[in-house]
Each structure stands twice: as C-alpha cells, then as structure tokens.
Design a protein around this ligand. Structure first.
Ligand code: NDP
Length: 330
C-alpha cells in the first residue's frame, strides 16, 4: 500500500515570521516518513486556529522553516516502526499535532483518535482543538457549576461557540461578548443569555447590571490584552480569571497584588497541559464526541478554504470577519 504514497506533496511552508505574505504554497514538499509511535495521515480537513497566526508572526516561537497547522482529520495510510498500534492503516482519525497544513502529516498516534461513524471528517476537524479547549476550560480551569454566572469573550468565535454550548449544557448563566450584531445573534443561539457589544458598551457596568451587582464567577478570555483590565473589575469576589489567548495581543506583565482586592484566581492555561497523557487525551476526546453525538453540539463552519487560499483564511480570522470554525482542504 505504501507504493500509493507519493514522494512529494502540497503544503504551506513558513520560512520566516511575518504577515500573511510569509505563507508559501508549495507543491514539492517531501511526504514525511512516520517515526516510531507515529502514524502517517492523508489529511481530509485541516482545522485553522488562532494559534497558527501566532506561530506565523512569531508571537509564539517555533523553529522555522515550519509547516503550520495543529490539527486535522484524515485517513491513516501508514504507521511507524516498532510497538503495536491501536490505530491501523485505513482508519479514519482526527489528531492534534504539528504540520497539518499539508496533504500528509506524520503525527503521534498518542494524540490521534478514531472518529466514530456518526461524526463526519469535517465536523471532527472542526471540533477537536477548539472543542477540547472549551471542555478542559470549563472542567479544570474553573469547574463550572449549574447556576454560575460566566462571561465568555468572543462568544461567536471558534472556542467561544463551544464554550457557550458547553456552559448551557452544564446549566451556567452565560454572558457573551462579540463585535457585531450577527455575531451576538449567533452566540445567543448557542446558549449565551445576555450579549454585550464590547466595542461600544461599558463592559463592566453591563456585567454588574446583568448580575445584580455581584459580578461573574469566572471569565473565559481568549481576547487578552484589550479585555484583561475590565475582567478584573467585573469578576465577583473569589472569581476566576481564565486568560487563555491573545487575539487582541498578549496581556502585559501583571502585578499579582492586584488579585487581593477580591481574592481573584488568575490562570493562564493551555490545552496541551490538560491532555498530556494518553488517558487525559482519551477521556476528553470521548467526552467531546459524546457531546457531539448525544447533545448535537457543533460549531458552524465559517468556510472551508482550499489549501492555497490559506492567506485569505488567516486574514479573515485576524480581521474578526469569521464565526465558528475555519477549515482548509488539502
Ligand atoms: P476565534 O474564532 O475566537 O477568533 C478570534 C476572535 O477574537 C475574533 O473573531 C474576534 O471576535 C475576537 N477579537 C477581539 N479582539 C480582536 C482583535 N484585536 N483581533 C482579532 N480578533 C479579536 O479564534 P479561536 O477560537 O481559534 O481562538 C480564540 C482564542 O483562544 C485565541 O486567543 C486563541 O489563541 C485561544 N486559544 C487558546 C488555547 C489554549 O490552549 N490556551 C487553545 C485554543 C485557542 P469579535 O469580532 O466578536 O470581537
């Protein structure tokens, strides 16, 4: 079967950091060979995530040249040498890894999961990274309880859309922020009870008003720099500020003494540290698949871009033009 695997492939290579112009569409990249513990996947759908833009700009350091991309769904076409693999050639999988903006990716089997037949490859690729992020945030960063007031920033975005739905399923009371009416309508349909236009309204005053003066038990903030100070103001006493991203820029250095005003808990989590072991990964993937199959949770797909249009996709994402998930089709 390995005779059907070509020697070269198309993919998106970044040789130096910069704007969308550094995303190079290549047609002659070497198809990788899976090492021990790896599987070779022919990608069907690659998920685009905001983190891909951080590796492109250099906000997060990574070795260059680099094929971008942190997740995809596809078909296993080869397995590496050594140990026996629970995933076999021909299996349809979804995985977290690197270098997924390409036709083929060699990726750790320990971060791949067979996709149940009720879930399409498109939904699997749209769900994995952002769905797991939202799930681990509400289970571990702040263990949300029924009835809690929770603020979700960028509630119509990829992670934001999952957060709204998971929080509704838990029975929390969700306040969402978004920059346009269309985005606020979408977030409402996904489970946010109150919506705030954080580009024009007084965020702190509105949250206080909605919560009867008490503030929220937790804020899930992937926006970063532009919302951080308001978050400290709109939290209730003993509230949790879960800062998990930098869509507006990185939060500057912070004096921890500011937390004492209300005994605030401040966290800066990453998904990868919640799913480091095979058991943790499997646990959360199965829980996420359960939400998709039983509770019909899913985020809308903003657009499935051809691989060669990746620059347009990242421009759209960074320009706040998107809702839900952006996919690439290698
Ligand atoms: P989104 O689909 O949420 O897109 C980002 C959204 O942020 C925009 O649509 C926009 O919504 C909002 N936003 C606010 N200010 C800005 C700005 N200045 N520039 C651009 N966007 C802005 O992206 P993702 O779901 O992929 O990621 C959301 C956040 O979560 C990112 O910060 C990402 O890095 C982080 N993340 C962190 C993970 C972790 O492990 N810690 C894992 C996954 C994601 P609006 O127009 O409504 O303001």
């Amino acid at each position: 079967a390995s005779s059907t695997i070509p020697k070269t492939m198309t993919g998106i290579l970044v040789e130096k950091t910069g704007g969308p112009e550094v995303l190079q569409y290549k047609t002659d990249l070497a198809v990788p060979t899976p090492k021990e513990g790896e599987i070779l996947v022919k990608n069907e759908y690659t998920g685009i995530n905001f983190i891909d833009t951080y590796f492109r700009t250099g906000l997060y350091p990574s070795p260059k040249p680099e094929i971008l991309g942190r997740e995809a769904s596809g078909i296993v076409v080869d397995v590496g040498p050594g140990e026996s693999y629970s995933i076999k050639k021909g299996d349809r999988v979804v995985y977290l890894g690197t270098s997924s903006y390409a036709e083929y990716t060699a990726t750790p089997a320990a971060k791949a999961s067979i996709v149940p037949e009720q879930i399409s490859s498109q939904v699997a690729a749209a769900a994995l990274l952002q769905g797991l992020t939202a799930l681990t945030l509400v289970r571990e960063s702040y263990a949300v309880k029924k009835g809690d007031w929770i603020l979700v920033h960028a509630a119509a975005g990829g992670v934001g859309g999952w957060l709204c739905q998971l929080l509704r399923a838990i029975g929390a009371r969700v306040i969402g922020t978004a920059s346009t009416q269309a985005k606020r309508d979408l977030a409402k349909s996904l489970g946010a009870e109150f919506l705030i236009d954080y580009t024009t309204e007084d965020l702190v005053a509105r949250v206080k008003e909605i919560t009867g003066g008490q503030g929220v038990a937790a804020v899930f903030d992937g926006v970063g720099k532009s919302t951080f100070d308001a978050d400290l103001e709109l939290l209730a006493r003993k509230g949790s500020l879960v800062s998990f991203g930098n869509a507006s820029g990185a939060v500057p250095p912070f004096a921890i003494a500011r937390l004492s005003a209300k005994n605030i808990t401040l966290l800066r989590p990453t998904l990868f540290n919640y799913i480091a072991t095979r058991e943790e990964f499997d646990h959360y993937v199965q829980e996420l698949f359960g939400f998709i199959i039983k509770d019909k949770l899913s985020v809308g797909i903003h657009e499935t871009y051809p691989l060669k249009d990746v620059a347009r996709a990242q421009i759209d994402l960074e320009a706040r033009k998107t809702t839900g998930k952006l996919l690439l089709q290698p």
